[in-house]
Design a protein around this ligand. Structure first.
Ligand SMILES: Cc1cc2nc3c(=O)[nH]c(=O)nc-3n(C[C@H](O)[C@H](O)[C@H](O)COP(=O)(O)O)c2cc1C
Length: 286
């Protein structure tokens, strides 16, 4: 898999034209065309700018200048081959069923993270990619009453710090930990007063967007522990905020454990691992 093949496949997967990919990632249309046509000399920072849209990145190559482009291409081919297999579950054009990332695998990976690597900066385009899934989700009476405010670090996400709380079941940790706060958020607002269908729509939306984040190699958490009036005022929102989804590169090691329906369902931490008890299938079915 070459960089050009990978970019084309990803762009089509996201339903973007070359012009849309260029404008969303902040590079020129010419660059996208060159990259997709397999131009040999591409600027790595720009390649990374485009890859960031899909949550991907190439590392720096420690080689002489003359080799740089070949090295980048080599790295791109290997890295992208792996990413492609991870995302699409194929290798060399053949389906590798056992390596495919199916919906259930994404769901297992999609855990709630409450500590983040702040050296990784989430881009607005990544949040947009998450919000885009709402266009394909179920909605009661198809009313689509939710609206989304995107907040990256560049957009002033610090306005939200201190207004939400994480890890109610782990009060001794005082999460979010200073220096490990999430710095990108999607604040979900409702254009209508609360009612049953709104909250069902909200759950579908949160899960859909977090699945997209997981697919892009990001992690997140749903946050309802905040005062709507405070968040509305801080962000000057035109609608009532009903939920916040935080996004970033999660730091915790998280494991699911199996419990019966009568056991303690609270999440806990032990020896540096965050455990999430989930009720076993036999007890879920009644
Ligand atoms: C409706 C809803 C509200 C939530 N609100 C918060 C919150 O305010 N703070 C927080 O740390 N986690 C919050 N969570 C995350 C849950 O605590 C988390 O989903 C649960 O512990 C199970 O972990 P898992 O998502 O990894 O399966 C919320 C989740 C949902 C679905």
């Amino acid at each position: 898999m070459t960089l050009s093949e990978y970019l084309k496949a990803r762009r089509r997967q996201y339903g973007l034209t070359q012009a849309e990919l260029a404008s969303r990632s902040g590079v020129g249309l010419r660059f996208v065309r060159d990259a997709e046509q397999g131009k040999k000399t591409l600027r790595m920072d720009k390649v990374n700018q485009v890859l960031a849209l899909f949550g991907d990145e190439l590392g720096p190559a420690a080689v002489g200048l003359g080799d740089l482009n070949n090295q980048i291409k080599y790295m791109a081919d290997n890295y992208l081959e792996n990413r492609y297999e991870e995302v699409f579950g194929r290798t060399g054009g053949k389906t590798a069923a056992k390596r495919a990332v199916g919906v259930e695998t994404l769901m297992k990976r999609n855990r709630s993270y409450r500590e983040y690597d702040t050296s990784y900066v989430v881009k607005r385009a990544q949040l947009e990619a998450m919000v885009r899934v709402n266009r394909y989700l179920a909605s009661g009476r198809n009313a689509q009453s939710l609206r989304f405010r995107l907040l990256t670090k560049e957009d002033g996400s610090d306005k939200l710090q201190g207004l939400y709380h994480l890890g109610r079941a782990l009060p001794e940790l005082h999460l979010p930990r200073k220096g490990a706060e999430p710095e990108a958020f999607i604040v979900i607002c409702s254009t209508v007063p609360s009612w049953k269908n709104l909250y069902i729509d909200l759950g579908i939306s949160c899960q859909g967007m977090l699945m997209k984040a997981t697919e892009m190699g990001l992690q997140g958490v749903i946050i309802c522990n905040f005062k709507p009036e405070e968040v509305k005022a801080a962000l000057d929102l035109p609608y009532e905020p009903v939920c916040i989804v935080a996004v970033g590169k999660g730091l915790e090691k998280i494991q699911i454990t199996e419990i019966s329906a009568s056991e303690d369902y609270n999440y806990y931490r032990k020896d540096g691992i965050h455990y999430v008890p989930k009720i076993r299938l036999d007890d879920l079915i009644i």
